[in-house]
Write a protein that binds this ligand. Structure first.
Ligand code: NAP
Length: 349
Protein backbone atom coordinates (compact mmCIF):
# COMPACT_ATOMS: atom_id res chain seq x y z
CA UNK A 1 0.00 0.00 0.00
CA UNK A 2 1.41 3.41 -0.97
CA UNK A 3 1.79 6.38 1.36
CA UNK A 4 -0.70 9.19 0.76
CA UNK A 5 -0.37 12.93 1.21
CA UNK A 6 -3.10 14.32 3.50
CA UNK A 7 -3.94 17.00 0.91
CA UNK A 8 -4.09 14.49 -1.94
CA UNK A 9 -1.14 15.82 -3.97
CA UNK A 10 -0.12 12.23 -4.81
CA UNK A 11 -3.33 11.95 -6.89
CA UNK A 12 -2.51 14.90 -9.16
CA UNK A 13 -1.66 13.84 -12.71
CA UNK A 14 -1.28 17.36 -14.13
CA UNK A 15 -0.05 19.98 -13.77
CA UNK A 16 2.79 18.85 -11.52
CA UNK A 17 2.88 20.66 -8.19
CA UNK A 18 -0.82 21.66 -8.17
CA UNK A 19 -3.17 20.67 -5.37
CA UNK A 20 -6.15 18.50 -6.42
CA UNK A 21 -8.69 21.34 -6.64
CA UNK A 22 -6.55 23.32 -9.10
CA UNK A 23 -5.41 20.25 -11.04
CA UNK A 24 -6.58 19.62 -14.61
CA UNK A 25 -6.57 15.90 -14.00
CA UNK A 26 -6.57 13.53 -11.02
CA UNK A 27 -5.84 9.81 -10.81
CA UNK A 28 -9.15 8.15 -9.77
CA UNK A 29 -7.61 4.66 -9.34
CA UNK A 30 -9.79 2.85 -6.74
CA UNK A 31 -6.75 1.33 -5.01
CA UNK A 32 -6.27 3.38 -1.83
CA UNK A 33 -3.13 4.78 -0.20
CA UNK A 34 -2.58 4.16 3.53
CA UNK A 35 -4.41 7.32 4.71
CA UNK A 36 -7.24 7.31 2.14
CA UNK A 37 -10.85 6.16 2.24
CA UNK A 38 -12.68 4.66 -0.74
CA UNK A 39 -16.38 5.38 -1.09
CA UNK A 40 -18.78 3.36 -3.21
CA UNK A 41 -20.72 6.18 -4.89
CA UNK A 42 -24.52 6.22 -4.88
CA UNK A 43 -25.51 9.75 -5.83
CA UNK A 44 -23.83 12.96 -6.93
CA UNK A 45 -25.23 16.43 -6.30
CA UNK A 46 -24.06 18.82 -9.00
CA UNK A 47 -23.52 22.33 -7.74
CA UNK A 48 -26.39 24.65 -8.83
CA UNK A 49 -24.22 27.02 -10.90
CA UNK A 50 -22.61 24.08 -12.72
CA UNK A 51 -25.89 22.32 -13.44
CA UNK A 52 -27.52 25.52 -14.68
CA UNK A 53 -24.58 26.21 -17.02
CA UNK A 54 -24.76 22.69 -18.51
CA UNK A 55 -28.55 22.74 -18.77
CA UNK A 56 -28.49 26.13 -20.53
CA UNK A 57 -25.63 25.19 -22.85
CA UNK A 58 -27.50 22.09 -24.06
CA UNK A 59 -30.90 23.79 -24.26
CA UNK A 60 -32.35 21.41 -21.66
CA UNK A 61 -31.34 18.25 -23.61
CA UNK A 62 -30.83 15.82 -20.70
CA UNK A 63 -28.95 13.22 -22.72
CA UNK A 64 -26.44 15.85 -23.86
CA UNK A 65 -26.00 17.07 -20.26
CA UNK A 66 -25.36 13.48 -19.13
CA UNK A 67 -22.83 12.90 -21.93
CA UNK A 68 -20.96 16.05 -20.99
CA UNK A 69 -20.83 15.14 -17.28
CA UNK A 70 -19.47 11.69 -18.22
CA UNK A 71 -16.91 13.26 -20.54
CA UNK A 72 -15.75 15.70 -17.85
CA UNK A 73 -15.28 12.95 -15.25
CA UNK A 74 -13.51 10.74 -17.78
CA UNK A 75 -11.14 13.52 -18.85
CA UNK A 76 -10.45 15.04 -15.45
CA UNK A 77 -10.78 12.15 -12.99
CA UNK A 78 -13.16 14.42 -11.01
CA UNK A 79 -16.40 16.35 -11.62
CA UNK A 80 -15.32 19.95 -12.10
CA UNK A 81 -17.27 22.01 -14.62
CA UNK A 82 -14.59 23.70 -16.76
CA UNK A 83 -16.76 26.81 -17.27
CA UNK A 84 -17.99 27.50 -13.72
CA UNK A 85 -15.02 25.77 -12.03
CA UNK A 86 -17.48 24.31 -9.51
CA UNK A 87 -18.39 20.75 -8.57
CA UNK A 88 -20.86 19.61 -5.91
CA UNK A 89 -20.65 16.67 -3.52
CA UNK A 90 -21.74 13.05 -3.21
CA UNK A 91 -23.17 10.36 -1.00
CA UNK A 92 -22.11 6.77 -0.84
CA UNK A 93 -21.00 3.92 1.42
CA UNK A 94 -17.51 3.60 2.86
CA UNK A 95 -15.98 0.50 1.35
CA UNK A 96 -12.29 0.64 2.31
CA UNK A 97 -10.38 2.56 4.98
CA UNK A 98 -6.57 2.85 4.93
CA UNK A 99 -4.80 2.02 8.24
CA UNK A 100 -3.52 5.62 8.64
CA UNK A 101 -6.81 7.39 7.76
CA UNK A 102 -7.59 10.01 10.44
CA UNK A 103 -11.26 10.44 9.37
CA UNK A 104 -12.70 7.91 11.82
CA UNK A 105 -14.92 6.31 9.17
CA UNK A 106 -15.95 2.65 9.17
CA UNK A 107 -16.61 0.27 6.29
CA UNK A 108 -20.36 0.09 5.62
CA UNK A 109 -21.13 3.59 6.90
CA UNK A 110 -23.39 5.76 4.71
CA UNK A 111 -21.78 9.19 4.35
CA UNK A 112 -21.96 12.49 2.52
CA UNK A 113 -18.65 13.99 1.45
CA UNK A 114 -18.30 17.57 2.61
CA UNK A 115 -15.39 18.38 0.34
CA UNK A 116 -16.07 19.51 -3.18
CA UNK A 117 -16.25 17.16 -6.16
CA UNK A 118 -13.72 19.55 -7.72
CA UNK A 119 -10.98 17.82 -5.71
CA UNK A 120 -12.44 14.34 -5.24
CA UNK A 121 -10.95 11.56 -7.42
CA UNK A 122 -13.98 10.00 -9.07
CA UNK A 123 -14.57 7.04 -11.35
CA UNK A 124 -18.02 6.32 -12.78
CA UNK A 125 -18.84 2.74 -13.75
CA UNK A 126 -22.50 2.79 -14.82
CA UNK A 127 -22.43 5.47 -17.57
CA UNK A 128 -24.98 7.32 -15.38
CA UNK A 129 -27.69 5.20 -17.00
CA UNK A 130 -30.21 5.89 -14.19
CA UNK A 131 -30.01 9.67 -14.71
CA UNK A 132 -32.03 11.53 -17.34
CA UNK A 133 -29.89 14.67 -17.06
CA UNK A 134 -32.81 16.80 -15.92
CA UNK A 135 -31.91 17.37 -12.26
CA UNK A 136 -28.93 18.34 -10.09
CA UNK A 137 -29.06 14.99 -8.29
CA UNK A 138 -27.42 12.17 -10.21
CA UNK A 139 -27.89 8.50 -9.28
CA UNK A 140 -24.47 7.01 -10.02
CA UNK A 141 -22.26 3.98 -9.42
CA UNK A 142 -18.50 4.16 -9.10
CA UNK A 143 -15.79 5.01 -6.61
CA UNK A 144 -14.57 8.20 -4.97
CA UNK A 145 -11.49 8.78 -2.84
CA UNK A 146 -11.18 10.84 0.37
CA UNK A 147 -7.80 12.09 1.58
CA UNK A 148 -6.47 12.46 5.11
CA UNK A 149 -7.66 16.07 5.24
CA UNK A 150 -11.07 15.51 3.61
CA UNK A 151 -14.27 15.80 5.59
CA UNK A 152 -17.36 13.62 5.52
CA UNK A 153 -20.53 13.39 7.59
CA UNK A 154 -22.46 10.23 8.43
CA UNK A 155 -26.03 10.53 7.10
CA UNK A 156 -28.55 10.49 9.96
CA UNK A 157 -30.87 7.45 9.79
CA UNK A 158 -34.00 9.59 9.83
CA UNK A 159 -32.98 11.80 6.91
CA UNK A 160 -33.75 10.74 3.31
CA UNK A 161 -30.55 10.63 1.29
CA UNK A 162 -31.64 13.09 -1.38
CA UNK A 163 -32.54 15.58 1.31
CA UNK A 164 -29.21 15.11 3.12
CA UNK A 165 -27.37 15.68 -0.13
CA UNK A 166 -29.30 18.87 -0.90
CA UNK A 167 -28.72 20.28 2.60
CA UNK A 168 -25.06 19.32 2.96
CA UNK A 169 -24.25 20.76 -0.47
CA UNK A 170 -24.94 24.28 0.79
CA UNK A 171 -24.35 23.89 4.54
CA UNK A 172 -21.37 26.27 4.42
CA UNK A 173 -23.75 29.20 3.81
CA UNK A 174 -25.78 29.24 7.05
CA UNK A 175 -22.70 28.63 9.23
CA UNK A 176 -20.88 31.56 7.63
CA UNK A 177 -23.93 33.83 7.84
CA UNK A 178 -24.32 33.03 11.53
CA UNK A 179 -20.67 33.91 12.12
CA UNK A 180 -20.81 37.20 10.18
CA UNK A 181 -24.11 38.35 11.70
CA UNK A 182 -23.10 37.34 15.24
CA UNK A 183 -19.94 39.38 15.15
CA UNK A 184 -22.01 42.49 14.32
CA UNK A 185 -24.72 41.59 16.80
CA UNK A 186 -24.27 44.67 19.04
CA UNK A 187 -25.03 47.00 16.14
CA UNK A 188 -28.29 45.15 15.36
CA UNK A 189 -27.48 44.43 11.70
CA UNK A 190 -30.01 44.23 8.91
CA UNK A 191 -29.44 41.29 6.58
CA UNK A 192 -30.52 40.97 2.93
CA UNK A 193 -30.39 37.51 1.33
CA UNK A 194 -30.41 37.47 -2.48
CA UNK A 195 -31.82 34.22 -3.89
CA UNK A 196 -33.69 33.62 -0.63
CA UNK A 197 -36.08 31.01 -2.04
CA UNK A 198 -33.21 28.69 -2.99
CA UNK A 199 -31.37 26.13 -0.88
CA UNK A 200 -28.47 28.19 0.44
CA UNK A 201 -30.65 31.31 0.51
CA UNK A 202 -33.43 29.86 2.67
CA UNK A 203 -30.89 28.36 5.11
CA UNK A 204 -29.10 31.73 5.23
CA UNK A 205 -32.37 33.47 6.14
CA UNK A 206 -32.82 31.06 9.04
CA UNK A 207 -29.20 31.53 10.16
CA UNK A 208 -29.50 35.34 10.10
CA UNK A 209 -32.62 35.12 12.24
CA UNK A 210 -30.93 32.66 14.59
CA UNK A 211 -27.97 35.05 14.97
CA UNK A 212 -30.48 37.71 16.02
CA UNK A 213 -30.26 40.07 13.07
CA UNK A 214 -32.37 43.18 13.65
CA UNK A 215 -34.22 42.58 10.41
CA UNK A 216 -34.02 39.91 7.72
CA UNK A 217 -34.95 40.80 4.14
CA UNK A 218 -35.54 38.06 1.57
CA UNK A 219 -34.92 39.13 -2.02
CA UNK A 220 -36.49 36.80 -4.57
CA UNK A 221 -36.95 36.65 -8.30
CA UNK A 222 -40.75 36.66 -8.64
CA UNK A 223 -44.07 36.48 -6.80
CA UNK A 224 -44.12 32.67 -6.78
CA UNK A 225 -40.85 32.65 -4.87
CA UNK A 226 -42.12 35.44 -2.61
CA UNK A 227 -45.13 33.27 -1.68
CA UNK A 228 -42.85 30.31 -1.00
CA UNK A 229 -40.59 32.36 1.28
CA UNK A 230 -43.57 33.93 3.01
CA UNK A 231 -44.73 30.44 4.05
CA UNK A 232 -41.41 29.87 5.84
CA UNK A 233 -42.32 32.60 8.30
CA UNK A 234 -38.65 33.53 8.77
CA UNK A 235 -38.13 36.74 6.79
CA UNK A 236 -39.25 40.08 8.26
CA UNK A 237 -39.61 41.52 4.77
CA UNK A 238 -39.71 40.18 1.23
CA UNK A 239 -38.78 42.09 -1.93
CA UNK A 240 -39.10 40.95 -5.53
CA UNK A 241 -36.17 42.03 -7.72
CA UNK A 242 -33.82 40.79 -10.41
CA UNK A 243 -30.46 40.40 -8.65
CA UNK A 244 -28.63 40.99 -11.94
CA UNK A 245 -30.17 44.48 -12.33
CA UNK A 246 -27.96 46.61 -10.04
CA UNK A 247 -30.10 49.75 -9.86
CA UNK A 248 -33.40 47.89 -9.61
CA UNK A 249 -32.04 45.63 -6.88
CA UNK A 250 -30.53 48.48 -4.84
CA UNK A 251 -33.82 50.40 -5.08
CA UNK A 252 -35.82 47.36 -3.92
CA UNK A 253 -33.50 46.79 -0.95
CA UNK A 254 -33.51 50.45 0.00
CA UNK A 255 -37.34 50.60 -0.21
CA UNK A 256 -37.63 47.56 2.03
CA UNK A 257 -35.07 48.82 4.57
CA UNK A 258 -36.41 52.35 4.89
CA UNK A 259 -33.88 54.12 2.70
CA UNK A 260 -30.76 52.23 3.85
CA UNK A 261 -28.64 49.49 2.42
CA UNK A 262 -28.27 46.19 4.27
CA UNK A 263 -25.51 45.79 6.87
CA UNK A 264 -24.93 42.28 5.60
CA UNK A 265 -25.83 41.16 2.05
CA UNK A 266 -25.63 37.45 1.25
CA UNK A 267 -25.49 36.44 -2.42
CA UNK A 268 -27.09 33.02 -2.94
CA UNK A 269 -28.24 33.48 -6.54
CA UNK A 270 -26.97 30.84 -8.98
CA UNK A 271 -26.45 33.10 -12.02
CA UNK A 272 -23.58 35.47 -12.88
CA UNK A 273 -23.84 39.25 -12.73
CA UNK A 274 -24.99 39.91 -9.14
CA UNK A 275 -21.80 41.58 -7.86
CA UNK A 276 -22.63 45.23 -8.52
CA UNK A 277 -26.20 45.01 -7.30
CA UNK A 278 -25.06 43.33 -4.09
CA UNK A 279 -22.44 46.02 -3.47
CA UNK A 280 -24.89 48.86 -4.19
CA UNK A 281 -27.43 47.25 -1.85
CA UNK A 282 -24.99 47.22 1.09
CA UNK A 283 -24.63 50.07 3.60
CA UNK A 284 -21.27 51.83 4.06
CA UNK A 285 -19.11 49.71 6.36
CA UNK A 286 -21.28 46.68 5.66
CA UNK A 287 -20.34 43.18 4.52
CA UNK A 288 -21.17 41.29 1.33
CA UNK A 289 -20.93 37.50 1.52
CA UNK A 290 -20.53 36.03 -1.96
CA UNK A 291 -21.63 32.43 -1.48
CA UNK A 292 -22.52 32.03 -5.15
CA UNK A 293 -20.03 30.17 -7.33
CA UNK A 294 -21.14 32.35 -10.23
CA UNK A 295 -19.40 35.32 -8.58
CA UNK A 296 -16.60 37.01 -10.50
CA UNK A 297 -13.71 38.23 -8.36
CA UNK A 298 -12.77 41.06 -10.84
CA UNK A 299 -16.42 42.17 -11.09
CA UNK A 300 -16.68 42.34 -7.30
CA UNK A 301 -13.31 43.97 -6.63
CA UNK A 302 -13.38 46.47 -9.50
CA UNK A 303 -17.08 47.12 -9.02
CA UNK A 304 -16.63 48.08 -5.37
CA UNK A 305 -13.71 50.33 -6.26
CA UNK A 306 -15.59 51.94 -9.15
CA UNK A 307 -18.58 52.65 -6.92
CA UNK A 308 -16.30 53.95 -4.12
CA UNK A 309 -18.12 51.49 -1.89
CA UNK A 310 -16.55 50.96 1.54
CA UNK A 311 -17.75 47.40 2.03
CA UNK A 312 -16.04 44.27 3.25
CA UNK A 313 -16.38 41.38 0.79
CA UNK A 314 -16.14 37.75 1.80
CA UNK A 315 -15.85 34.71 -0.43
CA UNK A 316 -18.22 32.05 0.88
CA UNK A 317 -15.86 29.38 2.14
CA UNK A 318 -17.83 26.14 1.94
CA UNK A 319 -16.27 24.98 5.21
CA UNK A 320 -16.95 26.32 8.68
CA UNK A 321 -16.52 23.96 11.64
CA UNK A 322 -19.84 22.37 12.60
CA UNK A 323 -21.54 23.49 9.37
CA UNK A 324 -23.35 20.23 8.58
CA UNK A 325 -24.82 19.82 12.08
CA UNK A 326 -25.89 23.45 12.16
CA UNK A 327 -27.77 23.17 8.85
CA UNK A 328 -29.61 20.08 10.15
CA UNK A 329 -30.51 21.94 13.37
CA UNK A 330 -32.04 24.77 11.34
CA UNK A 331 -34.07 22.27 9.35
CA UNK A 332 -35.36 20.74 12.60
CA UNK A 333 -36.26 24.11 14.06
CA UNK A 334 -38.14 25.34 10.99
CA UNK A 335 -40.63 22.82 9.59
CA UNK A 336 -41.33 25.21 6.70
CA UNK A 337 -37.69 25.05 5.70
CA UNK A 338 -37.80 21.27 5.75
CA UNK A 339 -40.93 21.39 3.55
CA UNK A 340 -39.17 23.71 1.09
CA UNK A 341 -36.26 21.27 0.79
CA UNK A 342 -38.64 18.30 0.50
CA UNK A 343 -40.42 20.05 -2.38
CA UNK A 344 -37.14 20.90 -4.07
CA UNK A 345 -35.85 17.34 -3.84
CA UNK A 346 -39.15 15.99 -5.16
CA UNK A 347 -38.88 18.38 -8.12
CA UNK A 348 -42.04 20.28 -7.14
CA UNK A 349 -40.25 23.60 -7.83
P1 NAP B 1 -30.61 27.43 -5.76
O1 NAP B 1 -31.25 26.57 -4.73
O2 NAP B 1 -30.88 27.11 -7.20
O3 NAP B 1 -31.00 28.93 -5.46
C1 NAP B 1 -30.71 29.99 -6.32
C2 NAP B 1 -31.89 30.95 -6.26
O4 NAP B 1 -31.55 32.15 -6.98
C3 NAP B 1 -33.15 30.38 -6.92
O5 NAP B 1 -34.25 30.62 -6.08
C4 NAP B 1 -33.23 31.18 -8.22
O6 NAP B 1 -34.55 31.35 -8.70
C5 NAP B 1 -32.69 32.51 -7.74
N1 NAP B 1 -32.34 33.36 -8.87
C6 NAP B 1 -31.82 33.00 -10.08
N2 NAP B 1 -31.64 34.09 -10.86
C7 NAP B 1 -32.07 35.16 -10.14
C8 NAP B 1 -32.12 36.55 -10.38
N3 NAP B 1 -31.68 37.08 -11.55
N4 NAP B 1 -32.61 37.37 -9.43
C9 NAP B 1 -33.05 36.87 -8.24
N5 NAP B 1 -33.01 35.56 -7.93
C10 NAP B 1 -32.52 34.71 -8.87
O7 NAP B 1 -29.03 27.42 -5.61
P2 NAP B 1 -28.15 26.97 -4.35
O8 NAP B 1 -27.95 25.50 -4.39
O9 NAP B 1 -28.63 27.62 -3.13
O10 NAP B 1 -26.76 27.60 -4.78
C11 NAP B 1 -26.61 29.02 -4.87
C12 NAP B 1 -25.18 29.36 -5.28
O11 NAP B 1 -24.28 28.91 -4.26
C13 NAP B 1 -24.75 28.69 -6.58
O12 NAP B 1 -23.98 29.60 -7.32
C14 NAP B 1 -23.90 27.56 -6.09
O13 NAP B 1 -22.98 27.21 -7.05
C15 NAP B 1 -23.24 28.17 -4.89
N6 NAP B 1 -22.64 27.22 -3.94
C16 NAP B 1 -21.54 27.66 -3.26
C17 NAP B 1 -20.90 26.83 -2.37
C18 NAP B 1 -19.71 27.34 -1.60
O14 NAP B 1 -19.04 26.55 -0.97
N7 NAP B 1 -19.44 28.63 -1.64
C19 NAP B 1 -21.39 25.54 -2.12
C20 NAP B 1 -22.54 25.13 -2.81
C21 NAP B 1 -23.16 25.98 -3.71
P3 NAP B 1 -35.10 30.37 -9.87
O15 NAP B 1 -35.06 29.00 -9.27
O16 NAP B 1 -36.45 30.90 -10.12
O17 NAP B 1 -34.15 30.50 -11.01
Amino acid sequence: MSTGSPVGSHRVVSPAGALPQAADRLDPNPEIADDEVRVSVERLNLDAASYRQLHTKHGGDGAAVRDEVLAIVEARGKMQNPVTGSGGMLIGTVDAVGPRSPLGLKVGQKIATLVSLTLTPLRITDRLERWDGSSEQVPAAGTAILFGRSIAAPIPDDLPEELALAVFDVCGAPALVRRVVSRRYHSGPTVAVLGAAGKSGSLSLAAAKDARAASVLAVVRDQDEADRVDKLGIADRIAVADATDPLGLAAAVSDALRGRGADVTVVCVDVPGCEHGAILSTATGGTVVFFSMATSFPQAALGAEGLAADVEMLIGNGYTPGHADYALQLLDRHPGLRALFDDRVAGRH
